[in-house]
Design a protein around this ligand. Structure first.
Ligand code: IMP
Length: 191
């Protein structure tokens, strides 16, 4: 089976992506290649941070890899929390992040939002990007027990929150899944 490095140590992301990729690729994590460091994310867009992580791993470890960077973008907040999604509420705590969003969205009628994932693949030194967008709205309270991050306040078109989907279903419909499917199609042809 072909091997590919997923440049993350985030176990939630690995679980989601393994559901889709594991039939075709053996996914190695950063610790499997001896990388225990936090990857640099110094830019102001999801695209640039995604590219920075994959290029860093490729140039440091000389190995083909892909990374992903994602975030929640809320229309009426001009795309916030966006690139700051992980620590919007001041820490990396998902509850404080969601509380701040709920606070800022109080009384707002336009609740449109989307999750976005940008995957960067570096293959033989050449960079390719794949984007996945999932549209929904911001709820008025947290609901659901699964997932992570903003899942309990992200309402899908069918009225369920993302945190009401079990891993298998989320892994198939998420913004990450949409981007991963493009990655798989590309790797099928080029790897
Ligand atoms: P990063 O991509 O690791 O920089 O983190 C992005 C942040 O966006 C995460 O810490 C979460 O807060 C949020 N996020 C990314 N993907 C998801 C998701 O699938 N569900 C809920 N929140 C997410």
């Amino acid at each position: 089976m072909q091997e590919i490095v997923f440049a993350t140590n985030n176990s939630n992301k690995i679980k989601e992506i393994e559901v889709l990729l594991s039939a075709k690729f053996h996914i190695k994590k950063l610790i499997d290649i001896g990388c225990n460091e936090e990857l640099p994310e110094t830019h102001h867009t999801i695209e640039e941070n995604s590219a920075e992580k994959a290029n860093y791993v490729y140039s440091t470890y000389k190995i083909d890899c892909f990374s992903e960077d994602s975030g929640l973008e809320i229309d009426i907040l001009n795309g916030e929390p966006g690139v700051d999604s992980a620590h919007y509420g001041g820490t990396r705590d998902a509850n404080s992040n969601m509380n701040l969003v709920l606070e800022k969205m109080k009384g707002k009628e336009n609740r449109k939002a989307n999750f976005k994932t940008v995957i960067t693949l570096v293959l033989n030194g050449i960079q390719h990007q794949f984007t996945g967008i999932l549209e929904g709205t911001i709820g008025t309270e947290k609901r659901g027990l699964y997932g992570f991050g903003y899942d309990p306040i992200f309402v899908l078109k069918d009225g369920r929150t993302m945190a009401e989907l079990m891993l298998d279903e989320k892994s198939r419909i998420s913004h990450r899944a949409i981007a991963v499917k493009q990655l798989i199609a590309f790797l099928d042809i080029n790897h």
